[in-house]
Design a protein around this ligand. Structure first.
Ligand code: ZN
Length: 233
């Protein structure tokens, strides 16, 4: 079975549509979303409806939570807080209810899905490097833990020094970000797991980032949020 893992869409409809076109063309049977559908970008409501309609499972991200939990923006930097206040004004009551209904984790056979970290998912800790990842080895029992949050695609074996995916080791895999990549590559990022072939691929694709950035400026969101889409930082 082919499973697509998308994360950190952040209201970027152009990136999401491009990713879903690619996913649909690859015979994917299941789509999971690792959270942060909203926040930063100019189309939070549209992205939410699209994810809701295509995803087989969605976990809550910290920006999704901040879209309905007043006060959480106090933990955000000024730019993220400005964007989340605007995002709240764009969502219907039904859309807010949908976000409130999302779980922090989903476990499906040998896969655990969580936005930030398998340890204390509600604390939104970052997993940046191998040391962080290895320290989480005993915090989940599934073989694969898929995460987002840092917007940086990474693959960490917790069982060996392997730098590439294999079907034996336990892994934490960051699938990167659809809507706001931060690894210096502005192309959108998602994960593609093939359980029959025993492969995992990090897919990177160009999308109309200029259009997404233009919408951010039109919405009078901080222009930094538009600029960073073009640089992938
Ligand atoms: Zn995010």
């Amino acid at each position: 079975m082919r499973i697509a893992l998308i994360s950190d869409i952040h209201g970027n409809l152009e990136a999401l549509e491009t990713a879903l076109d690619s996913i649909q063309s690859q015979g994917v049977e299941r789509i999971y979303c690792l959270g942060d559908i909203v926040g930063y970008g100019a189309n939070p409501a549209e992205c939410l409806e699209l994810v809701k309609s295509v995803a087989n499972g969605v976990v809550l991200g910290n920006h999704d939570e901040a879209a309905f939990r007043v006060g959480t923006e106090d933990h955000f930097n000024m730019i993220a807080a400005t964007a989340i206040l605007w995002t709240r004004s764009q969502l219907s009551l039904g859309q807010v209810s949908y976000l409130k209904s999302l779980p922090y984790t989903i476990s499906d056979h040998d896969m655990l899905l969580v936005h930030a970290s398998p340890s204390k998912p509600k604390a939104w800790h970052y997993v940046f490097g191998r040391m962080d990842a290895v320290s989480l080895k005993d915090t989940f029992s599934e073989r694969l833990c898929f995460i987002g949050h840092s917007h940086t695609p990474k693959i960490f074996s917790l069982s060996s020094e392997a730098a590439e995916y294999n079907t034996r080791d336990q892994f934490i895999i960051n699938v990167g970000s659809i809507g706001q990549p931060r690894d210096g590559d502005p192309r959108l990022s998602y994960g593609l797991l093939d359980t029959f072939a025993g492969t995992y691929e990090n897919v990177r694709l160009e999308y109309d980032a200029l259009k997404a950035a233009g919408k951010i400026r039109q919405a009078h969101l901080p222009s930094y949020l538009a600029d960073r889409l073009l640089h992938g930082k």
